[in-house]
Design a binder for this molecule. Structure first.
Ligand SMILES: Nc1nc2c(ncn2[C@@H]2O[C@H](COP(=O)(O)OP(=O)(O)O)[C@@H](O)[C@H]2O)c(=O)[nH]1
Ligand SMILES: [Mg+2]
Length: 178
């Protein structure tokens, strides 16, 4: 049995929980609304939102999907969750006030993945906010000296999420077909 791990990260409302729900073969686990009273107290009324889902590949291979909490104050969780991850799906919410600020923040936070080329970016909510455009993201990344695939996705649509994952798997192993 081979187990792989992929991390979904990005700011609040970027669609991490939804993307994992869209693609998971099992009922995903989310702490969004299930945080215990204890957690609530500890975290000052904010739930520590973490997600887990699973993709069962033909044979015995499985991909475990982990969604990180979006808020910066939980960034200690990002490192824990990233451990042993084969790749990162970075979701950016185009409706937020400064999506490029978010982009750079998360690229910086996940440098290890970026350096190894183990990342794809999905820009969500483009149906709600059409600016900036995907070309603008390409420019931002180019100016930062990184080459990362970027897709316009809707986290609610399974096909969109699967395209993103395929791109990630392909960038990990270009020999991979189907
Ligand atoms: N209109 C629109 N809504 C989206 C899109 N992607 C996700 N959503 C919705 O945005 C909301 C926030 O998504 P959620 O998965 O909770 O974000 P998270 O905070 O990153 O986990 C949910 O209501 C989703 O259904 C998108 O591309 N367009
Ligand atoms: Mg969430």
């Amino acid at each position: 049995m081979s187990d792989y791990k992929i991390i979904f990260s990005g700011p609040v409302g970027a669609g991490k929980t939804t993307a994992i729900q869209s693609i998971s073969d099992i009922l995903p686990v989310t702490t969004d609304e299930q945080a215990s009273d204890m957690t609530r107290k500890l975290k000052n009324g904010t739930t520590v939102a973490m997600d887990y889902g699973l993709i069962k590949l033909p044979g015995t291979e499985r991909i475990h999907l982990y969604g990180t909490p979006g808020q910066e104050r939980f960034d200690f969780m990002w490192e824990i969750l990233s451990n042993g991850g084969i790749g990162l799906v970075l979701l950016i919410n185009n409706q937020r006030p400064d999506p490029f600020g978010d982009l750079h923040f998360f690229l910086n936070a996940f440098q290890a993945f970026i350096k190894q080329g183990k990342v794809v970016i999905g820009v969500t909510q483009m149906d709600q906010a059409e600016m900036p455009r995907i070309e603008d993201y390409h420019l931002q990344l180019e100016n930062s000296g990184v080459k990362i695939p970027v897709f316009d996705i809707d986290a609610r649509i399974r096909k969109d999420v699967s395209i993103l994952l395929e791109a990630l798997l392909y960038s990990l192993d270009p020999g991979l077909e189907d």
